[in-house]
Write a protein that binds this ligand. Sequence first.
Ligand SMILES: Nc1ncnc2c1ncn2[C@@H]1O[C@H](COP(=O)(O)OP(=O)(O)OP(=O)(O)O)[C@@H](O)[C@H]1O
Ligand SMILES: [Mg+2]
Length: 323
Amino acid sequence: MSLLLTVNNLSLYYLTRFGEKIHAVSNVSFELRRGSVLGIAGESGCGKSTLVNGVMGLHLPPLYHASGDIEIDGHNILEYPPEKLRRDILGKKISMIPQSALNSLNPMRKIKHFATDIMQHHTPEMSTKNVHARLQERFDAIGLGKHILDTFPVELSGGMKQRVVIALSTLMNPQVVIADEPSSALDVSTQKAVIQLLIDLMRKKIIGSMIFITHELPLLYHIAGNIAVMYAGEFVEFGSSEQIVRDPLHPYSRTLMEAMLLAEEGTRDRQAKAVAGAPPSLGSIPEGCRFAPRCPTVHTDTCYFHRQQMHAVQSRRVRCEYV
Ligand SMILES: Nc1ncnc2c1ncn2[C@@H]1O[C@H](COP(=O)(O)OP(=O)(O)OP(=O)(O)O)[C@@H](O)[C@H]1O
Ligand SMILES: [Mg+2]
């Protein structure tokens, strides 16, 4: 399987208007191969959206790149000026289905007008007639039906709108598609249809690979080959979904999986999804392990003082010297 995305030691921060640095992503490294799906799990505010936005390469204030490299399909995109990035990479090589996708469509424009804009941005030489023919073909091929092109977003259900956003984000057959909680606002059966569409797009080789963020553990387990667990801006564990879901090793992964599974089984109310305690402020990161204050197996003499590094354990990577 060929390598489509390499992220090496990526660190990103926000600069607030009070001059405070919020270290939202610290030293994240991973690879994505053709045909693979990477899931990212972690509680709200841990940096998942910042990471995937950062991976797209457009670092616009207040978000800044502190260190690290991003290579997409052999292109070192941090060397690209924004113009070139928008023209050659975004949408074509890598594309995002944003967290707030359902609100991203202007309700007063027909779907075909959004789609035509996207096609003409990337293939200005193509005639409008050919663009429309391509769009009809694509909407049919992915089971949306070409009649959808003539509708307005206000006429569509939430699930249909989400599928349209997916169709629009993948028009240029991107190598890497990032889905940031693409279905969390939808009911379960609609969520399944949305996920199915993404899986079909991969099977039909319309998209090459996928990064998938969700709070729904069973979803990740079923679609992702690998899962990264993120805590306070860092990856704390990276392994196969089988390893992470069935046998998590990092104390945070274990607590998170337990909380998610309890919530799944309905044995607790939704509060079960919250792990007890709060993560550190990303404005002033503690010097030792970031999870130490909440860790059920903390070693008080070391964990508060030693920064933990990722190291290999049974073909996965874990950021804790005690596993
Ligand atoms: N524009 C911004 N300026 C300053 N800080 C920000 C900004 N956007 C996000 N943050 C902070 O960066 C951290 C990471 O936020 P991010 O949205 O990436 O988290 P997330 O894991 O995607 O959360 P969720 O699961 O709720 O979507 C949070 O502490 C957040 O408060
Ligand atoms: Mg987010």
